[in-house]
Design a binder for this molecule. Structure first.
Ligand SMILES: Cc1ncc(COP(=O)(O)O)c(C=O)c1O
Length: 469
């Protein structure tokens, strides 16, 4: 090790690289037997984490410690019985691609500085464009995830529809099922809370188009400027897909922008069932789609696609004097397509994964998620005192234990407690959410390594906890 140069010797790099691979492979081999969740107290962790080293120490010791003492205490979102939120499945090929890119510290801001990486990102943007059915003039950019994808698209929508001076009168519409990152993004790009309309969703948890039209007309009559509808292509709660085709028509007739948050669900367009469920997605003005969700990439792999790709640089292009020499190649500079200048090579993990497993591998894995949610629904229908709140939809099913005679309040408490006890037990991870004020449990079954038995066992355990509470 040469501490002053912040570098390891070649032998140390090789040996520690083997150590790191061994740690990850051992983890992946034993994942099914590991708890899906381990938690330590603040005090325990502060002693486990230790102090920051002044003079450095051997890397193999540090990696071992990181794995055993730090990475151990967390949820394991790739665990086959982790069914909460959106499981973060990841994949080893993608992780190695990240290592390759970070090992060489690739900067992916401009064509001149990264023509190879830029070409890969362009190829994948074109591929994702075709997956969702956007026209050839569509463009996009890889970002850290759905939150920044939504932010990026909404900034373009703001500039395109409202221009420089129209922001104060602009109004954005969405349903109460829309992910919180959308409201946060709108606040960040300058919309006040009073400019954000969250409409009550219907019984199917989709935005009611007639009511939306009335709201738009009312706002316009009051001198406001309805500018954007944010629709869902798979809500986080239930997997509901808003009526995208009707919304696209409404937006086109009203001079508004349709942004579709498909961070979770848009990837399902890769398979027939998903494409049918996402009817109208191709009519949007912009779409957020996260490969780190239903395309099984390690975290920090999101993507935003814009129907008229040329609008992205209209919002984000900057050319300071210190970038003059490297910015004028005439090719795409991805730093002009989003909020980041220094960008890691996020697209490589998706490219490597697709090369290794093939598009068909990804498609089959997505279809498995649809199938498992139906397995969950069928199992629940056979369980006395359990009700399905929303049937299997885009890989998500919501349900609750609701025996006759139990009050709504008791039902909420029992279901929340059931999820928590199950998750703290470590066998898997399931948490509650609320739908129209009612607490439900929820399973998102997109992990291709989850089996039918994992789903059934999880439900059996939830049943045994709930009935004993
Ligand atoms: C529908 C939806 N949109 C946006 C997000 C935010 O994505 P990220 O956490 O990658 O920023 C999520 C996260 O689960 C989501 O489910």
């Amino acid at each position: 090790m040469n501490a002053r140069e912040f570098s390891l010797t070649a032998d140390e790099m090789r040996a520690s690289g083997h150590d790191a691979v061994e740690l990850v492979v051992r983890f992946l081999e034993s994942l099914r037997e590991l708890p899906a969740f381990e938690l330590a107290s603040h005090e325990e962790l502060s002693s486990l984490v230790g102090t920051i080293s002044e003079h450095g120490r051997p890397i193999s010791e540090v990696l071992q410690e990181a794995s055993e003492k730090i990475l151990r205490y967390r949820v394991r979102p790739s665990h086959p019985r982790f069914f909460a939120f959106v499981p973060g499945v990841g994949n080893y090929a993608g992780a190695l691609a990240d290592f390759l890119a970070h090992g060489q510290n690739v900067f992916t801001g401009s064509w001149m500085e990264a023509s190879g990486p830029t070409m890969v990102e362009m190829q994948l943007i074109d591929w994702l464009r075709d997956v969702i059915g956007f026209p050839v003039e569509a463009g996009g950019v890889f970002v850290s995830g759905g939150s920044i994808a939504n932010l990026t698209a909404l900034a373009v929508a703001r500039d395109t529809i409202l221009g420089e001076d129209g922001l104060s009168r602009g109004v954005v519409y969405m349903s109460d099922q829309t992910h919180s990152s959308v409201e946060r993004a709108l606040r960040l790009i300058g919309f006040a809370r009073r400019q954000i309309r969250k409409l009550a969703s219907g019984d199917d948890f989709r935005i009611p188009v007639d009511h939306l039209r009335e709201c738009i007309d009312r706002d316009r009559a009051e001198g406001l400027r309805p500018c954007c509808v944010v629709a869902n292509a798979g809500t986080t709660n239930t997997g509901a897909v808003d009526p995208l085709r009707s919304l696209a028509l409404l937006c086109r007739q009203s001079g508004m922008w349709l942004h579709v948050d498909g961070a979770y669900g848009a990837a399902a367009a890769l398979c027939d069932e998903g494409r049918a469920a996402l009817d109208g997605l191709d009519q949007a003005d912009s779409v957020a789609l996260d490969p780190h969700k239903w395309m099984f990439q390690p975290f920090a792999c999101g993507c935003v696609l814009v129907r008229k790709g040329a609008l992205l640089p209209r919002t984000f292009h900057m050319r300071p004097e210190y970038l003059e020499d490297v910015g004028g190649s005439g090719e795409i500079n991805f730093w002009d397509y989003g909020p980041e200048l220094t960008r890691p090579f996020r697209a490589l993990k998706l490219w490597v994964s697709l090369q290794v497993f093939g598009v068909s591998g990804c498609r089959d894995a997505i279809e498995h998620g649809f199938h498992l949610s139906r397995v969950a629904e069928d199992a629940l229908r056979a369980m006395p005192d359990w009700e399905i709140r929303t049937p299997a939809q885009m890989g998500i099913v919501t349900f609750r234990y609701a025996p006759a005679g139990m009050s709504e309040e008791q039902i909420s408490d029992v279901n929340r407690e059931t999820g928590l006890r199950f998750s703290h037990g470590g066998h898997g991870f399931v948490v509650s959410t609320a739908l129209k004020g009612r607490t439900v449990l929820r399973m998102c079954t997109i992990n291709p390594q989850s089996t039918e038995d994992d789903v059934r066992e999880t439900l059996a355990m939830l049943n045994s906890i709930a009935t004993q509470l």
